[in-house]
Structure formats: C-alpha cells, structure tokens
Design a protein around this ligand. Structure first.
Ligand code: C2E
Ligand code: MG
Ligand code: MG
Ligand code: MG
Length: 283
C-alpha cells in the first residue's frame, strides 16, 4: 500500500509511526515514574466456597492511581509493562505490597485468609522468580501458605522442565498454584496432566454461557469432571448473577468469584472488615 500510495501518503505513515513511537516512549516513562513514585496500589476481590458461602481467598489486582488521570485499570498498562520489562519491577512491587498487607492483617487477627497474586509469563519465567518470592515472604515474616500464585496458560509455553521445577519449588513451600483464565489459552491437555496445579480458574467467557446455553453447561461440566479427576479445584470467574451460582453448584463447581458477590475493593484495616454482601442463595 505504501509503495503505490504516493509520496504524501508515505509521509503520513511515517509521521503516524513516529507519533505512535513517541506516545509509547512517553507512556513507558510515565509508568516508570509511577513505580518509583509509589502510584500503584492493590485492590482485593474475594473468592467464595460455593458450598459454605465463606470466603476462601482474595485476589490481588493492581491499579494505578494516576495523579491526573485517576484510577487506571491493569489492562491499560500490564501489556506495555510486559513488553518493556517493567513488569519485573511491578511484579516485585505487587508481591511486596501483598506480603506487607498480609503481615499487617496477621497482627490484627489471629486467622487470616490467603491472597492470590497474578504473575505474568515474563515474571514467572525469570530465573530469579523463586528467589524473589522467597525473599519477600522472609522479609515480611509471613507463612508461605498465605500466598497463592495465579499463572496463565502462556506461562507454560517455555521450557517445560523449568516450568515444572518452578511449580514444584513453590508448592514445596506451601504455595498453591492457580491456572487463570482457563480455556482462553493454548495449553494442551497433556500439559495439564503432566504439570501439577492446585486450582483451575475458568475464564469468565465460559461462566457467562453456563446458565445461558446447553453448550455452555456441557463445556463447564467437562472441565469440572476433568479437573476433579486430576485432583484440582475449580473456580468460576466473573459470576454476575444468581442463576449462574445455582447452575455452578449443581455442576459441582468448587468456588466462585465475580461482581455479583463482590467487586475488587481497596484494602480494609482488617481482612474481616471487607464489606461482603451475603448472597441470598447462601442464606
Ligand atoms: P484476571 O487475573 O483474570 O482478573 C479478573 C479480572 O476480571 C479483574 O479485572 C476483575 O476486576 C474482573 N472481574 C472480576 N469479576 C468480574 C465480573 O463479574 N465481571 C466482569 N466483567 N469482570 C470481573 P482487572 O482488575 O481489571 O484485571 C485485569 C487483568 O489484569 C487480570 O485478569 C490480570 O490478568 C491482570 N492483572 C491484574 N493485576 C495484576 C498484577 O498484579 N500482575 C499481573 N501480572 N497482572 C495483573
Ligand atoms: Mg487472576
Ligand atoms: Mg482470570
Ligand atoms: Mg487475566
């Protein structure tokens, strides 16, 4: 297209490329500044046991409190962070904030629940990842079992030997491994069978279908059967109504998470202070 479009158009493209590049460099600078300036914060979204209605864990979800643009959601900056490598710093920061929060909650309450942390492929496959996690737990003097790690199927694309060694090292410490957004990635069933995971989080695309179509129900049933046969618990992500909970319970799903139960919330002084709506379906 560029060749036949003539000189004017070529200039246009060139200009556009330059503009895009400049914007990217600006955004990268801004993100770097956000890390140094402590503008990142963690929200927490609970996960419930579907049988008891009790919270079993909370997911840490990063946000960027931008001085002029307000609260920015992770989908707007995690991609850029991955590409530029800034995710390594952000990942360490998130781990540190979560461990610090767990330590604070532990001082105020006798029994507290674990928190799951999202780890990006680049961070998980970094050779120092286990060291970073271990150091963080030690620094804040918290039991490793309070930490859970969410990885996506794309984390398993690397050298499978390294992946299983990393998983084993974390699990030996008592850290549970969750597969996030299950069903949207490219992992083969053989990987699931070979590697040892604790929890399978089914992507919300499937949750939204489970109470709507027969196919949706069939698909979820198959995932649950397979996961249970392999000794994994199943979480339905993105639960948005009571109908879905009803169906999921009938299908023997283990846990649920979603806006219908609670949105991600800023940290409360005590972990038990989170204003959890009690679902009518659990009363
Ligand atoms: P995720 O780990 O799959 O997290 C679930 C996302 O779905 C969250 O978006 C959550 O707010 C949203 N969600 C929860 N329940 C519902 C629901 O019922 N309906 C709908 N429509 N959405 C729901 P959020 O917080 O914007 O995070 C988006 C993604 O960004 C996360 O997806 C995760 O992949 C990534 N992310 C968040 N925090 C971190 C982090 O600290 N490190 C890394 N590497 N990635 C992170
Ligand atoms: Mg997650
Ligand atoms: Mg997810
Ligand atoms: Mg995700």
């Amino acid at each position: 297209a560029v060749k036949t479009a003539g000189k004017g158009n070529y200039r246009f493209y060139e200009h556009q490329l330059y503009e895009d590049l400049r914007k990217r460099v600006d955004r990268e600078q801004e993100l770097r500044h956000a890390i140094e300036n402590d503008e990142l914060l963690i929200y927490y979204q609970p996960r419930l046991d579907i049988k008891t209605g009790m919270v079993s864990s909370m997911e840490a979800l990063v946000r960027w409190q931008h001085p002029s643009r307000g609260l920015i959601e992770p989908l707007e900056f995690i991609g850029l962070a991955e590409e530029t490598g800034l995710i390594l710093g952000i990942g360490e920061l998130v781990l540190d904030k979560v461990c610090a929060q767990l330590a604070t909650w532990s001082q105020r309450e006798r029994e507290i629940l674990p928190v799951s942390v999202n780890v990006s492929p680049r961070q998980f496959n970094h050779r120092h990842f286990i060291k970073v996690v271990t150091a963080c737990i030690k620094r804040h003097r918290i039991p490793a079992q309070l930490l859970e790690i969410e990885i996506t199927e794309s984390c398993m694309m690397g050298d499978s030997h390294d992946v299983s060694a990393a998983l084993a090292a974390l699990q030996k410490m008592g850290i549970k491994i969750l597969i996030d957004d299950f069903g949207t990635g490219y992992s083969s069933l053989s990987q699931l069978q070979r590697l040892d995971f604790d929890v399978l989080k089914v992507d919300r695309a499937f949750t939204s279908e489970v109470a709507k179509t027969e196919e949706g129900k069939v698909f979820f049933t198959a995932i649950i059967t397979m996961a249970h046969a392999l000794g994994m618990r199943v979480v339905a992500e993105g639960v948005e109504n009571a109908r879905q909970i009803e169906v999921l319970r009938r299908l023997q799903c283990d846990e649920i998470q979603g806006f219908y139960i609670a949105k991600p919330l800023p940290p409360a002084a005590r972990q038990s202070d989170f204003p959890l709506q009690i679902m009518p379906v659990f009363v």
